[in-house]
Write a protein that binds this ligand. Structure first.
Ligand code: GUN
Length: 311
């Protein structure tokens, strides 16, 4: 068996087109343009790439988009002042503070300062609490994108065994709660779980969000399972790339030309023959995160408009 590829890029394109069509309708009806403000503190190169792709997606879909580039040495107080300014601005529907923040910044305090109605990351305790209580409002983009992918690919979730690897605020915890909401039977595993491969091998749906390159091998995967790879890691060692992709693969050949390639938390060469369906890296979960950010910004816009906050 070779796993069916779950094409996140294609679905993201559809979701972005849906968002663009909705913005067009709003504008045609004389409405205000939805707006997203992203805060980027410091010089983290991966964050800069993510933020640029969010900005591009917003513009393509017709959103007003602004990036606030702040110095790496910024204090918590100054960042809180910026968040307060964005909270108070009626043109701002969504606020996203890109993580990770520099060490001197109290990230928890900053995330809790964002108006929950504008919290398009869904990280605020109010939104996380609503999700935990089964009344989701703004939901973190990566797990929301994964649910959308599973739905549209018609992967059965009701009654399925799902194993979520990782318990982060951004992916693992909200992913588990969303899968419970879809009536899956959910297990969350992490670095201290005993018999990790055996537990993962129970899964019909395995979500790998552990942040370790290619850690999930065939030992972790039940034949035919759906495997969702949330990881993204740069590989520069040719021996590693040969192991991950195979010496004959196009990926290995291209890596030899470019000097680097990407791998997820899942070992593609070992898992593809066992899994029933698998998200590629890149082109799986990553593009969905950006697309869901647009959807969340529209949801925040609609909710704020209907509460009379703005028109
Ligand atoms: N850093 C990595 N992923 C994310 C995300 O989804 N939101 C924010 N704010 N920062 C991130």
């Amino acid at each position: 068996m070779t796993a069916r590829k779950l094409d996140g890029t294609a679905l993201a394109k559809t979701l972005r087109a849906e968002a663009a069509a909705e913005v067009e309708k709003i504008i045609a009806a004389g409405g205000r343009r939805p707006g997203l403000d992203v805060v980027l503190v410091g010089e983290n190169s991966a964050s800069a790439v993510y933020v640029a792709s969010k900005d591009r997606a917003c513009e393509e879909a017709g959103f007003r988009s602004a990036i606030h580039r702040e110095p790496a040495g910024m204090s918590t107080r100054d960042l809180l002042a910026l968040v307060e300014k964005l909270n108070a601005n009626p043109e701002v529907d969504g606020i996203l503070v890109q993580l990770p923040l520099p060490e001197q910044v109290d990230a928890d305090q900053v995330l809790e300062a964002i108006d929950p109605a504008k919290d398009v990351d869904g990280f605020h305790a109010i939104n996380a609490g609503a999700l935990a209580q089964g009344r989701p409002r703004l939901v973190p983009c990566t797990p929301a994108g994964i649910i959308e992918l599973l739905r549209r690919e018609e992967i059965p979730m009701v009654g399925a065994r799902a194993v979520v690897m990782g318990r982060s605020l951004i992916v693992g915890r909200p992913m588990a709660l969303l899968l419970i909401g879809e009536h899956a039977t959910v297990t969350v595993v992490h670095s201290r779980t005993r018999d990790l491969p055996e537990v993962c091998r129970e899964a019909d749906i395995l979500v790998a969000a552990i942040g370790r390159p290619a850690m999930v091998t065939d030992r972790f995967v039940k034949p035919g399972a759906t495997v969702i790879d949330v990881g993204i890691h740069r590989v520069t060692d040719p021996d590693q790339a040969r192991d991950y992709f195979g010496a004959e693969s196009r990926r290995f050949a291209r890596m030899s030309e470019n000097g680097s390639t990407l791998v997820g938390d899942v070992h593609p060469r070992l898992v593809a023959p066992v899994a029933g369906a698998l998200t590629p890296v890149p082109g799986g979960v990553g593009p969905l995160t950006v697309a869901m950010l647009l959807k969340n910004t529209l949801a925040a816009y609609r909710a704020r408009c209907s509460q009379g906050a703005v028109s």
